[in-house]
Design a protein around this ligand. Structure first.
Ligand SMILES: [Zn+2]
Length: 336
Protein backbone atom coordinates (compact mmCIF):
# COMPACT_ATOMS: atom_id res chain seq x y z
CA UNK A 1 0.00 0.00 0.00
CA UNK A 2 1.37 3.34 -0.91
CA UNK A 3 0.89 5.51 2.05
CA UNK A 4 -0.33 8.91 1.01
CA UNK A 5 -1.54 9.71 4.38
CA UNK A 6 1.63 11.30 5.54
CA UNK A 7 -0.33 14.45 4.85
CA UNK A 8 -2.60 14.37 7.80
CA UNK A 9 -0.11 12.29 9.69
CA UNK A 10 2.92 14.50 9.66
CA UNK A 11 1.18 17.78 9.30
CA UNK A 12 -0.68 16.90 12.46
CA UNK A 13 2.30 15.33 14.10
CA UNK A 14 3.45 18.43 15.87
CA UNK A 15 0.06 19.15 17.29
CA UNK A 16 -0.68 15.56 18.12
CA UNK A 17 2.50 14.25 19.59
CA UNK A 18 3.71 17.42 21.17
CA UNK A 19 0.39 17.89 22.87
CA UNK A 20 -0.11 14.39 24.21
CA UNK A 21 3.46 13.21 24.50
CA UNK A 22 4.67 10.12 22.75
CA UNK A 23 3.63 6.85 24.36
CA UNK A 24 7.11 5.54 23.69
CA UNK A 25 9.02 8.65 24.59
CA UNK A 26 11.93 7.88 26.80
CA UNK A 27 11.97 4.22 25.86
CA UNK A 28 15.43 4.57 24.31
CA UNK A 29 17.39 6.46 26.94
CA UNK A 30 20.64 5.05 25.58
CA UNK A 31 20.27 7.29 22.55
CA UNK A 32 20.79 10.29 24.77
CA UNK A 33 18.02 12.22 23.07
CA UNK A 34 15.63 14.61 24.71
CA UNK A 35 12.61 12.29 25.10
CA UNK A 36 10.26 15.11 24.16
CA UNK A 37 12.47 16.68 21.52
CA UNK A 38 11.68 16.72 17.82
CA UNK A 39 14.32 14.13 16.96
CA UNK A 40 12.88 11.65 19.45
CA UNK A 41 9.37 12.32 18.19
CA UNK A 42 10.53 11.73 14.64
CA UNK A 43 12.12 8.44 15.74
CA UNK A 44 8.91 7.33 17.43
CA UNK A 45 6.78 8.21 14.42
CA UNK A 46 9.17 6.50 12.04
CA UNK A 47 9.23 3.28 14.05
CA UNK A 48 5.43 3.13 14.06
CA UNK A 49 5.32 4.02 10.35
CA UNK A 50 7.62 1.16 9.46
CA UNK A 51 5.62 -1.37 11.45
CA UNK A 52 2.30 -0.23 10.00
CA UNK A 53 3.72 -0.23 6.45
CA UNK A 54 5.13 -3.74 6.87
CA UNK A 55 1.92 -5.27 8.23
CA UNK A 56 -0.33 -3.36 5.83
CA UNK A 57 1.70 -4.59 2.88
CA UNK A 58 1.42 -8.24 3.86
CA UNK A 59 -2.34 -7.96 4.45
CA UNK A 60 -2.79 -6.12 1.19
CA UNK A 61 -0.83 -8.57 -0.93
CA UNK A 62 -2.17 -11.78 0.65
CA UNK A 63 -5.83 -10.77 0.38
CA UNK A 64 -5.90 -9.23 -3.08
CA UNK A 65 -8.41 -11.83 -4.30
CA UNK A 66 -10.92 -10.70 -1.65
CA UNK A 67 -10.54 -6.93 -2.03
CA UNK A 68 -13.07 -5.06 -4.18
CA UNK A 69 -10.54 -2.24 -4.72
CA UNK A 70 -7.23 -3.34 -6.24
CA UNK A 71 -4.23 -1.53 -7.71
CA UNK A 72 -0.73 -2.12 -9.02
CA UNK A 73 1.47 -1.45 -6.01
CA UNK A 74 5.14 -1.14 -5.15
CA UNK A 75 4.34 -1.84 -1.49
CA UNK A 76 6.39 1.09 -0.25
CA UNK A 77 5.61 3.87 2.18
CA UNK A 78 6.73 7.31 0.97
CA UNK A 79 7.08 10.69 2.61
CA UNK A 80 8.55 14.11 1.86
CA UNK A 81 10.28 16.92 3.71
CA UNK A 82 7.45 19.22 2.67
CA UNK A 83 5.06 17.27 4.86
CA UNK A 84 6.99 17.91 8.00
CA UNK A 85 6.57 20.94 10.20
CA UNK A 86 9.42 23.47 10.21
CA UNK A 87 10.52 22.01 13.55
CA UNK A 88 10.79 18.41 12.32
CA UNK A 89 11.85 19.17 8.73
CA UNK A 90 15.60 19.62 9.32
CA UNK A 91 15.73 16.26 11.12
CA UNK A 92 13.75 14.61 8.34
CA UNK A 93 16.16 16.01 5.74
CA UNK A 94 19.20 14.90 7.69
CA UNK A 95 17.93 11.46 8.57
CA UNK A 96 16.14 10.53 5.33
CA UNK A 97 17.88 12.64 2.71
CA UNK A 98 14.58 14.30 1.85
CA UNK A 99 14.28 17.41 -0.29
CA UNK A 100 11.10 19.43 -0.73
CA UNK A 101 8.19 17.48 -2.22
CA UNK A 102 10.23 14.68 -3.77
CA UNK A 103 9.13 11.29 -2.40
CA UNK A 104 11.52 9.54 -0.06
CA UNK A 105 11.31 5.86 0.80
CA UNK A 106 10.18 5.53 4.40
CA UNK A 107 9.64 1.76 4.24
CA UNK A 108 10.22 -0.93 1.63
CA UNK A 109 8.75 -4.01 3.33
CA UNK A 110 10.63 -7.27 2.81
CA UNK A 111 9.49 -9.04 -0.33
CA UNK A 112 7.59 -6.04 -1.70
CA UNK A 113 8.26 -4.84 -5.26
CA UNK A 114 10.12 -1.84 -3.80
CA UNK A 115 12.36 -4.19 -1.81
CA UNK A 116 12.95 -6.46 -4.80
CA UNK A 117 13.94 -3.40 -6.83
CA UNK A 118 16.62 -2.71 -4.22
CA UNK A 119 14.98 0.39 -2.81
CA UNK A 120 15.61 1.11 0.84
CA UNK A 121 14.74 3.75 3.43
CA UNK A 122 16.64 6.95 2.74
CA UNK A 123 16.35 6.72 -1.05
CA UNK A 124 14.78 9.78 -2.70
CA UNK A 125 12.95 9.35 -5.99
CA UNK A 126 13.68 12.19 -8.41
CA UNK A 127 12.13 10.89 -11.64
CA UNK A 128 9.86 8.16 -12.96
CA UNK A 129 10.23 6.95 -16.57
CA UNK A 130 12.50 9.97 -17.11
CA UNK A 131 9.80 12.40 -15.96
CA UNK A 132 11.17 14.60 -13.13
CA UNK A 133 9.35 14.79 -9.82
CA UNK A 134 9.09 18.38 -8.60
CA UNK A 135 10.94 19.64 -5.52
CA UNK A 136 8.54 22.54 -4.98
CA UNK A 137 9.07 25.37 -2.52
CA UNK A 138 11.37 24.19 0.27
CA UNK A 139 10.41 27.02 2.64
CA UNK A 140 6.69 26.44 2.57
CA UNK A 141 4.67 25.50 5.65
CA UNK A 142 3.94 21.80 6.05
CA UNK A 143 1.57 20.60 3.35
CA UNK A 144 0.70 17.50 1.37
CA UNK A 145 -0.30 18.71 -2.07
CA UNK A 146 3.20 18.74 -3.53
CA UNK A 147 3.90 15.15 -2.53
CA UNK A 148 0.41 14.10 -3.64
CA UNK A 149 1.12 15.37 -7.16
CA UNK A 150 4.34 13.35 -7.27
CA UNK A 151 2.59 10.24 -5.92
CA UNK A 152 -0.04 10.57 -8.63
CA UNK A 153 2.73 10.45 -11.25
CA UNK A 154 4.25 7.37 -9.62
CA UNK A 155 0.86 5.63 -9.38
CA UNK A 156 0.05 6.36 -13.01
CA UNK A 157 3.39 4.94 -14.09
CA UNK A 158 2.97 1.78 -11.96
CA UNK A 159 -0.59 1.28 -13.21
CA UNK A 160 0.90 0.94 -16.71
CA UNK A 161 3.47 -1.68 -15.64
CA UNK A 162 7.12 -1.75 -14.61
CA UNK A 163 8.58 1.73 -14.10
CA UNK A 164 12.15 3.03 -14.14
CA UNK A 165 13.03 5.24 -11.20
CA UNK A 166 15.93 7.61 -10.79
CA UNK A 167 16.95 7.66 -7.14
CA UNK A 168 19.38 9.63 -4.99
CA UNK A 169 21.15 7.53 -2.35
CA UNK A 170 23.96 9.00 -0.25
CA UNK A 171 24.49 11.68 -2.87
CA UNK A 172 24.81 9.19 -5.73
CA UNK A 173 22.31 8.81 -8.56
CA UNK A 174 21.01 5.28 -9.19
CA UNK A 175 18.49 3.80 -11.59
CA UNK A 176 16.19 0.93 -10.73
CA UNK A 177 13.17 -0.73 -12.24
CA UNK A 178 10.14 -1.47 -10.08
CA UNK A 179 7.75 -4.20 -11.19
CA UNK A 180 4.48 -3.64 -9.32
CA UNK A 181 2.09 -6.38 -8.23
CA UNK A 182 -1.67 -6.40 -7.69
CA UNK A 183 -2.61 -5.66 -4.11
CA UNK A 184 -5.59 -4.34 -2.17
CA UNK A 185 -5.92 -0.68 -3.09
CA UNK A 186 -6.41 0.97 0.29
CA UNK A 187 -4.17 3.61 1.78
CA UNK A 188 -3.30 3.22 5.43
CA UNK A 189 -3.09 6.29 7.60
CA UNK A 190 -1.40 6.52 10.98
CA UNK A 191 -2.97 9.39 12.89
CA UNK A 192 -1.24 11.05 15.84
CA UNK A 193 -3.66 10.63 18.71
CA UNK A 194 -3.75 9.37 22.26
CA UNK A 195 -7.14 7.79 21.56
CA UNK A 196 -6.99 4.02 21.15
CA UNK A 197 -8.91 3.89 17.90
CA UNK A 198 -9.00 2.59 14.35
CA UNK A 199 -11.50 2.99 11.52
CA UNK A 200 -12.12 2.48 7.82
CA UNK A 201 -14.03 4.47 5.24
CA UNK A 202 -14.20 2.26 2.16
CA UNK A 203 -11.04 3.77 0.70
CA UNK A 204 -8.59 4.01 3.56
CA UNK A 205 -7.73 2.43 6.89
CA UNK A 206 -6.88 4.59 9.86
CA UNK A 207 -5.10 3.70 13.06
CA UNK A 208 -4.06 6.02 15.86
CA UNK A 209 -0.45 6.19 17.01
CA UNK A 210 -1.65 5.20 20.49
CA UNK A 211 -3.33 2.00 19.25
CA UNK A 212 -0.43 1.11 16.93
CA UNK A 213 1.89 1.58 19.90
CA UNK A 214 -0.37 -0.54 22.12
CA UNK A 215 -0.02 -3.48 19.72
CA UNK A 216 2.87 -5.48 21.14
CA UNK A 217 3.58 -7.55 18.05
CA UNK A 218 2.99 -7.57 14.31
CA UNK A 219 0.33 -10.23 14.96
CA UNK A 220 -1.61 -7.78 17.13
CA UNK A 221 -1.18 -4.97 14.62
CA UNK A 222 -2.38 -7.33 11.87
CA UNK A 223 -5.44 -8.13 14.00
CA UNK A 224 -6.37 -4.45 14.20
CA UNK A 225 -5.61 -3.60 10.57
CA UNK A 226 -7.23 -6.88 9.43
CA UNK A 227 -10.45 -5.90 11.20
CA UNK A 228 -10.46 -2.52 9.44
CA UNK A 229 -9.56 -4.07 6.09
CA UNK A 230 -12.49 -6.46 6.63
CA UNK A 231 -14.88 -3.51 6.88
CA UNK A 232 -13.69 -2.37 3.44
CA UNK A 233 -13.76 -5.92 2.02
CA UNK A 234 -17.32 -6.34 3.31
CA UNK A 235 -18.40 -2.95 1.96
CA UNK A 236 -19.67 -1.71 5.30
CA UNK A 237 -18.84 1.88 4.58
CA UNK A 238 -18.44 3.40 1.17
CA UNK A 239 -16.42 6.45 0.36
CA UNK A 240 -19.61 8.19 -0.75
CA UNK A 241 -21.37 7.39 2.52
CA UNK A 242 -18.65 8.91 4.61
CA UNK A 243 -18.13 11.94 2.40
CA UNK A 244 -14.43 11.27 2.62
CA UNK A 245 -14.43 11.98 6.31
CA UNK A 246 -13.78 8.44 7.41
CA UNK A 247 -16.72 7.87 9.72
CA UNK A 248 -15.68 5.92 12.77
CA UNK A 249 -16.74 2.33 12.37
CA UNK A 250 -14.86 0.76 15.21
CA UNK A 251 -13.99 1.89 18.63
CA UNK A 252 -12.23 -1.01 20.26
CA UNK A 253 -13.37 0.21 23.67
CA UNK A 254 -17.00 0.26 22.76
CA UNK A 255 -19.60 -2.45 23.16
CA UNK A 256 -20.47 -3.50 19.60
CA UNK A 257 -24.14 -3.73 20.61
CA UNK A 258 -24.06 -0.02 21.31
CA UNK A 259 -21.45 1.32 18.89
CA UNK A 260 -22.81 1.22 15.39
CA UNK A 261 -23.99 -2.04 13.87
CA UNK A 262 -23.05 -4.91 16.14
CA UNK A 263 -23.58 -7.37 13.34
CA UNK A 264 -21.08 -5.48 11.19
CA UNK A 265 -18.58 -5.57 14.04
CA UNK A 266 -18.99 -9.32 14.45
CA UNK A 267 -18.58 -9.81 10.70
CA UNK A 268 -15.46 -7.65 10.62
CA UNK A 269 -13.99 -9.47 13.62
CA UNK A 270 -14.55 -12.81 11.89
CA UNK A 271 -13.37 -11.84 8.41
CA UNK A 272 -10.52 -9.78 9.83
CA UNK A 273 -9.15 -12.86 11.60
CA UNK A 274 -9.19 -14.72 8.27
CA UNK A 275 -7.42 -11.83 6.56
CA UNK A 276 -4.61 -11.82 9.13
CA UNK A 277 -4.28 -15.62 9.01
CA UNK A 278 -4.09 -15.55 5.20
CA UNK A 279 -1.25 -13.02 5.48
CA UNK A 280 0.70 -15.42 7.70
CA UNK A 281 -0.06 -13.81 11.05
CA UNK A 282 -1.06 -15.85 14.08
CA UNK A 283 -4.81 -15.68 14.81
CA UNK A 284 -4.24 -17.02 18.33
CA UNK A 285 -3.01 -13.51 19.17
CA UNK A 286 -6.57 -12.17 18.92
CA UNK A 287 -8.24 -13.31 22.12
CA UNK A 288 -5.29 -12.46 24.41
CA UNK A 289 -5.08 -9.03 22.75
CA UNK A 290 -8.68 -8.21 23.53
CA UNK A 291 -8.37 -9.45 27.10
CA UNK A 292 -5.23 -7.39 27.64
CA UNK A 293 -6.91 -4.41 26.05
CA UNK A 294 -9.86 -4.74 28.38
CA UNK A 295 -7.69 -5.19 31.44
CA UNK A 296 -5.57 -2.16 30.73
CA UNK A 297 -8.11 0.23 29.33
CA UNK A 298 -11.68 -0.49 30.27
CA UNK A 299 -11.63 1.86 33.21
CA UNK A 300 -10.29 4.69 31.17
CA UNK A 301 -13.17 5.44 28.88
CA UNK A 302 -16.13 3.08 29.10
CA UNK A 303 -16.15 1.73 32.63
CA UNK A 304 -19.53 0.04 32.47
CA UNK A 305 -19.36 -1.45 29.00
CA UNK A 306 -16.01 -2.18 27.53
CA UNK A 307 -14.77 -4.89 29.82
CA UNK A 308 -17.60 -7.26 29.03
CA UNK A 309 -17.55 -6.30 25.39
CA UNK A 310 -13.90 -7.11 24.93
CA UNK A 311 -14.41 -10.41 26.73
CA UNK A 312 -17.29 -11.33 24.43
CA UNK A 313 -15.23 -10.46 21.40
CA UNK A 314 -12.31 -12.53 22.67
CA UNK A 315 -14.55 -15.58 23.12
CA UNK A 316 -16.09 -15.19 19.66
CA UNK A 317 -12.64 -14.80 18.12
CA UNK A 318 -11.47 -18.01 19.76
CA UNK A 319 -14.31 -19.79 17.94
CA UNK A 320 -13.23 -18.24 14.62
CA UNK A 321 -9.63 -19.20 15.36
CA UNK A 322 -10.74 -22.82 15.85
CA UNK A 323 -12.63 -22.64 12.54
CA UNK A 324 -9.51 -21.43 10.72
CA UNK A 325 -7.32 -24.06 12.34
CA UNK A 326 -9.81 -26.80 11.40
CA UNK A 327 -9.78 -25.67 7.76
CA UNK A 328 -6.02 -25.56 7.78
CA UNK A 329 -5.79 -29.06 9.29
CA UNK A 330 -8.21 -30.38 6.67
CA UNK A 331 -6.16 -28.82 3.87
CA UNK A 332 -9.07 -26.54 2.90
CA UNK A 333 -8.54 -23.00 1.63
CA UNK A 334 -8.56 -20.34 4.36
CA UNK A 335 -11.51 -18.33 3.11
CA UNK A 336 -14.08 -16.63 5.32
ZN1 LIG B 1 -15.15 -2.57 13.22
Amino acid sequence: MIRRFRASFVVLALVGLSACGSPQAGSHPSLGLDPDGPEQRLNTLTALDERVARVAWRLSEANVDLCPVVRQSAGWALHSAGQYSPELRPFSEQRFGLDGDQPGVLAAPAGSPADRAGLRPGDRVISVNARPLAVGDRRRAAQYEGLAANLALLDAALAAGPATLEVIRDGQTLHTRVTPVRACGYDVQLNPSDELNARADGRRLFISTALAGFAQSDDELALILGHELAHNVLGHRSWAETGGEGRTVVDPNCDPRLCGDGNHERQADRVGLYLMARAGYDPSAAAPFWRRFAASNWRVRYPSLAHASAGVRATRLEAVQAEIEAKRAAGQPIRP
